[in-house]
Design a protein around this ligand. Structure first.
Ligand code: BG6
Length: 466
């Protein structure tokens, strides 16, 4: 058994279209819900220009190549391909990603494409969004166009980014889940429709893309009990299932986890599905699991009867009546934005995923958002980011070498600075600084941060020199 990371390991970085591309009204792009979003937190920018990658793509790919990227995980904007969500195909949109993919391949960077990353077409949303079955059919058409257009060169596909976050924390990432009616039932109905759309895309990929591989990309995390009281471990189990396994069990095993079904039935909120739909879901088996990890979570049993539909920050307290309450973990350090930092939790998460599913794994997000300062001589000293990566990569290496887990890539968030889902441009994640402020676009010039050179060396030594 080798004590090294495999030589074909996919070291890279990640972005998403609406947070990175900009060009919201260029090239025939239709509007997505991120363009029409009204709940942008005060003091933060919108997504219209973002990092203007749409007009800087060649330069951006060259920077990735200079870092030595072996892979680049990005999302395709659904509304660049199908401006209305379904129907007419936009040739200019097809061309944009053709050029991007060809440029990546020129540098031998493997494209890893997310099909849907929080940017539902606005026109589908007006028609009920994921609650309406039209969106399932639209996603199927979109998937077919993608596989037929790019499947000759793109062999790694991700279906839906963080479906679990959209279901559990929709509003903070700009998703308005259906209002009115039985909200709990509607949310899980949306989830079922996404599961079905995902399975149809997996099946289509297997039919159309020669040697194509496809998988889901949820946000997965280890969950600790707040104390060693049995009741806290009971709550941690509930949270683990409701937050993680419910989504992956459906995709990998083709069945809904009983714990969540019981919870929905007890709350008179069971969603509707047919046997035929479950057959499609069962057939749509993924080839690997992609996952995003930022921090672990800690749970206790809720003391009060708080309701499910409180919508907190991604890492603030969340309570699900009778099931679990997410609490802060005082043993962990925090980022400048208050997110917990838990490198060993990363390894715990990887171990749990492997133990449960025995499918190859790829990390599609991991990273730290913070304030960065551009010095007068054009440098960014982001030591805190390098530290974060060192500790997490030490655990990743241990998972590969000591635990012997099949992990084939690491694509942290983010390759280049972009706009955070709800905390603006000031919360920076990239190896490359993009010169703009929240509301002042400045010159959008790119600057290599200290972490750029550190990551470049890490890739060059295939993870040897942390
Ligand atoms: C993940 C998303 O939830 O976390 C990304 O897939 C997001 O889109 C990332 O940017 C970091 O979260 P935030 O809210 O700090 O941007």
């Amino acid at each position: 058994m080798s004590n090294k990371i495999p030589s074909n390991f996919l070291w890279g970085g990640s972005t998403s279209a609406y947070q990175f591309e900009g060009g919201f009204d260029q090239g025939g792009k239709g509007k997505s819900i991120q363009d029409t979003r009204t709940n942008i937190p005060q003091g933060t920018t919108d997504f219209k220009v973002a990092s203007d990658h749409y007009n800087h793509w060649k330069e951006d790919v060259a920077l990735m190549a200079e870092m030595g990227f072996k892979s680049y995980r990005f999302s395709i904007a659904w509304t660049r391909i199908l401006p209305e969500g379904d129907g007419e195909v936009n040739k200019e949109g097809i061309e944009f990603y053709n050029n991007l993919i060809n440029e990546l391949l020129k540098y031998k960077i493997t494209p890893i494409v997310t099909m849907f990353h929080f940017d539902l077409p606005h026109s589908l949303n007006l028609d009920g969004g994921w609650l309406n079955k039209r969106t399932i059919n639209a996603f199927e058409q979109y998937a077919k166009v993608l596989f037929e257009s790019y499947g000759d060169r793109v062999k790694h596909w991700l279906t839906i980014n963080e479906q679990n976050v959209m279901i559990l924390f929709g509003e903070i990432v700009g998703i308005n889940l259906p209002k009115g009616g039985n909200k709990l039932k509607n949310i899980y109905q949306v989830n079922h429709h996404m599961m079905l759309a995902q399975a149809k895309a997996i099946n289509l990929c297997h039919e159309i893309v020669k040697n194509g591989k496809i998988g889901p990309a949820p946000n997965i995390t280890s969950v600790y009990g707040n104390t060693n009281k049995p009741i806290d471990q009971f709550a941690a189990f509930n949270m683990r299932v409701m937050r993680n396994w419910f989504y992956l069990d459906t995709c990998v095993f083709g069945r809904y986890n009983q714990l969540v079904i019981n919870y929905l039935q007890a709350n008179n909120s069971m969603f509707e599905y047919t046997e035929e739909e479950m057959k499609i879901i069962k057939k749509g088996k993924p080839d690997f699991i992609a996952f995003n990890y930022y921090a672990s979570a800690t749970a206790k049993m809720p003391e009060s009867d708080e309701l499910f539909d409180e919508l907190p920050d991604q890492q603030k307290v969340k309570s699900v009546k009778g099931m679990y309450e997410q609490v802060k973990n005082d043993n962990l350090l925090k980022t400048q934005f208050g997110w917990e930092i838990d490198p060993l939790g990363f390894r715990n998460t990887i171990r749990e995923l492997w133990d449960r599913y025995q499918l190859p794994l790829i990390v599609t997000e991991n990273g730290i958002g913070g304030y960065d300062t551009l010095t007068s001589d054009g440098k960014v000293h982001d030591d805190y980011r390098i530290e974060y990566y060192k500790f997490h990569l030490k655990e990743l290496k241990a998972a590969i070498i000591e635990d012997k887990i099949d992990i084939f890539g690491y694509n942290p968030w983010s390759a280049i600075d972009l706009t955070s889902t709800h905390e603006g441009v000031k919360k920076r994640y990239g190896f490359v600084y993009v010169n703009r402020d929240e509301f002042d676009l400045k010159d959008l010039k790119r600057y290599r941060k200290d972490s750029f050179f550190w990551y470049q060396n890490l890739i060059k030594t295939n993870g040897e020199e942390l």
